[in-house]
Design a protein around this ligand. Structure first.
Ligand code: EPU
Length: 430
């Protein structure tokens, strides 16, 4: 087990390159097993979620050949459909995409109910509703989802999502790709990674139109073919480094990004008195003056992303006056605020709204990463706090941020990854 140790108070300066998008990789990797030919995927981030996918693949007979640190050849020509690795699946939310991928290619699937970050109840009823509309019979029993079709394939259908769901939209798109006939998905999520997954599927010969709008039309094709594809840059990793720069009063150029995907983050940072300059594939974030208050409300894309909410809340602890943060996507995404309070934050949560009063300054403490973005929020706080902050449970952070310690150290942060000694007596107690 490891923890991060941060000595706060260092201003971040320089440039940092963003990795491939975790949430796109989480859709593209399972989509790859829908193809019976080897294919090449580039710009895959080196994060724990990807390593978990590779573990799942190995156990399913999918071969993964390393081409370089971020490029892999994936060959699912002899994937097994029975006896799936439930243990690995339970460890990640995105394993639900195996349902769409396997149903699409084989007309049957067996997956475990997904794990992932705990933001309260995270149902997958919309995924199930879509597959049932496409003709699957689904049973959920003992934490396992069994999906079958009568004639070995899904059939095109007209599906209206009752809630806007990223995972549901991607999963239904996977299912419809090799279905017989045409599927129309309405009230779809429009996040950049939905477009990336659709572009990847289309590179393999799928016929998907409208991804990035709220209506997606998919004409089923008989099979997919080999391709070479590069994943888009990580919108949330980029946004997180923008907040690191803003919070520390730094001057950071975040490179390899798509500035359009960062607009809601850029606009909010400007509202707090931060300067953001946009270039073709980079943004430069500088702050010299005081950080101003803001009200932030999370929304579906192109609104402000829920995955940037904790990082912004941590930064707003330093603002001149009272701010509010409203979470409208998930029921319970404020657990991390009790950790921030240990560092002197003055946050009051009432339902979906957090009111953040100026803290003056934060002070180092021992805190934990409750989930992936909550961990990033702890890093924001640790970077600006007086003294030393120790962040435990960093396994969550490493699910989604590639080499965060190396990247932060290169721009001036004093952060290290330190092995945690087992508590005294722990070994003799075994
Ligand atoms: N929802 C339902 N029924 C469903 C599906 C979703 O009621 O069948 C509800 C959820 O409970 C939630 C809302 O709809 O209240 C939105 O959930 P969505 O399905 O969009 O989220 P997700 O697919 O589970 C993905 C990302 C999350 C990100 C959200 C929102 C992946 C693997 N996960 O989750 O990413 O927060 O979309 O943008 O892509 C992260 O990166 O830290 C992360 C948690």
């Amino acid at each position: 087990m490891y923890k991060y140790v941060i000595n706060g108070g260092h201003v971040l300066r320089g440039s940092v390159a963003v990795s491939g998008f975790k949430n796109a990789a989480d859709g593209i990797l399972p989509a790859a097993i829908m193809c019976g030919e080897p294919l090449r995927i580039e710009n895959i981030p080196c994060i724990r979620d990807v390593l978990l996918w590779f573990d799942i693949f190995r156990e399913m007979g999918v071969s993964v050949k390393t081409l370089n640190a971020h490029a892999f050849e994936i060959d699912a020509s002899s994937v097994y459909t029975g006896n799936p690795p439930f243990e690995h699946m339970r460890n990640m939310r995105a394993s639900y995409y195996l349902l769409g991928a396997m149903l699409s290619r084989f007309g049957r699937a067996l997956v475990s109910l997904p794990g992932g970050c705990d933001f309260g109840d995270r149902p997958i009823d919309q995924h199930i509703k879509a597959f049932e509309a496409m003709g699957a019979t689904i049973e959920v029993k003992g934490g396992v989802i069994t999906a079958e079709t009568e004639d070995g394939k899904l059939h095109g259908a007209h599906i209206y999502f009752d809630v806007i769901t990223v995972g549901g939209t991607i999963n239904a798109m996977l299912g419809a790709t090799l279905a017989e006939g045409t599927t129309v998905l309405e009230n779809c999520a429009r996040e950049p990674h939905i477009v990336d997954v659709a572009n990847f599927l289309n590179s393999m010969g799928a016929d998907i139109r409208g991804a990035g709008t709220n209506v997606i039309k998919i004409r089923g094709v008989k099979k997919l073919h080999s391709c070479s594809y590069a994943i888009i840059p990580d919108q949330i990793e980029a946004g997180t480094y923008m907040v690191f720069a803003a919070a520390t009063g730094g001057d950071l150029t975040v490179t390899g990004v798509i500035p359009k995907h960062l607009e809601s983050i850029t606009v909010k940072l400007r509202e707090t008195g931060v300067t953001v300059e946009e270039f073709d594939d980079a943004v430069r974030v500088t702050r010299t003056g005081k950080l101003r208050r803001a009200n932030v409300k999370t929304q579906e894309y192109p609104g402000f992303p829920t995955d940037m909410q904790p990082q912004f809340a941590a930064m707003l602890c330093l603002a001149d006056r009272t701010s509010t943060v409203t979470e409208s996507i998930f029921d319970s995404r404020f657990k991390y605020t009790s950790e921030l309070k240990r560092m002197g934050a003055r946050i009051h949560v009432d339902g979906k709204v957090a009111t953040i009063e100026p803290a003056g300054e934060l002070t180092g403490a021992v805190v934990r990463a409750c989930d992936l973005r909550a961990g990033a929020a702890m890093i924001v706080a640790g970077l600006v706090a007086r003294g030393t902050t120790e962040i435990e449970d960093i396994v969550y952070v490493e699910r989604g941020y590639e080499d965060i310690v190396g990247k932060l150290r290169a721009v001036g942060a004093d952060i290290s990854r330190v092995k945690v000694d087992p508590p005294a007596g722990a070994l003799s107690a075994i």
